[in-house]
Design a protein around this ligand. Structure first.
Ligand SMILES: [Zn+2]
Length: 258
């Protein structure tokens, strides 16, 4: 007698109840979805245009310290910006899963899924770096009752990379409006803004630090410093998107679309 594959059935039921959607426009994905995650229209208009190539962020655009490297999948602009804000502020939390899948493919070269609903890395997790832990940046202003976007991204990446998620960081300072500060002030203000919970031991561990956006680099650097103080020896920061001056070719096409 054949036993039903409960895992597969559960996955199919979940897909029926919560169909996968394009992270940018929210359209339900059909079989023509590019890499199983993006609708063909958004792939042409947004994904291809805003992808950060190579994913490694240049030191000239950000002020990093305590980090071994920093990477992002996209430039923070246009449809990518819209998708992140809809997740963070609009409470459309499902977008975090889709964007984490894009991170796995665009940053670490995971094999994309062929159809919506599959995991991108499941086919060939070759080349995916091995981290001991994935750590989310503590959310600055999470919507009430939600986990916050960095934790959602970290959880999905944890599934894809088969890596445990740890959340030892907390902010030591009340939130200050960073926008009114200069770049130097922001860095100084942030430096001791995060710490690890007492008893956190990351001795000799490689840590992937996850945030939704990397702007100046002040937040991820301050978090990395706290992780370093808890013993972490190698820290990579990864985000969905980075704010940087767009390459000239992209600036033009972004303006046109406004
Ligand atoms: Zn779309």
């Amino acid at each position: 007698m054949n036993h039903p594959d409960w895992k597969l059935l559960a996955e199919k039921a979940a897909l029926y109840l919560y169909p996968r959607r394009c992270p940018f426009c929210g359209a339900v994905l059909g079989r023509d979805a590019v890499q199983g995650t993006v609708c063909p229209a958004c792939f042409e208009a947004a994904d291809k245009r805003l992808v950060h190539l190579p994913p490694r962020l240049p030191e000239t655009e950000h002020a990093f310290y305590a980090l071994n490297s920093a990477v992002a999948a996209y430039y923070y602009s246009g449809e990518v910006r819209h998708a992140i804000l809809a997740c963070k502020r609009g409470g459309e939390l499902w977008r975090a899963r889709e964007l984490a899948d894009r991170m796995a493919v665009l940053i670490w070269g995971a094999m994309p899924s062929h159809a919506p609903g599959r995991r991108p890395a499941a086919l060939a997790p070759v080349g995916m770096p091995r981290y001991h832990y994935i750590v989310p940046v503590p959310p600055r202003e999470p919507l009430p009752g939600t986990a916050g976007m960095p934790l959602l991204l970290a959880r999905r990446l944890g599934i894809l990379m088969q890596t445990p998620v740890l959340a030892p960081l907390y902010s030591t300072k009340p939130l200050q409006p960073q926008k009114e500060l200069t770049r130097a002030e922001r860095l100084a203000n942030k430096k001791d803004a995060y710490a690890c919970r007492p008893g956190t031991d990351l001795s000799g561990k490689r840590v992937l630090l996850v945030d939704d956006i990397i702007t100046t680099g002040a937040t991820v650097s301050a978090c990395a410093l706290a992780l370093q103080q808890a013993g972490a020896y190698e820290i990579t920061a990864a985000a969905v998107a980075a704010t940087e001056e767009l390459p000239k070719s992209l600036q033009k096409s972004t303006e046109k679309r406004k």
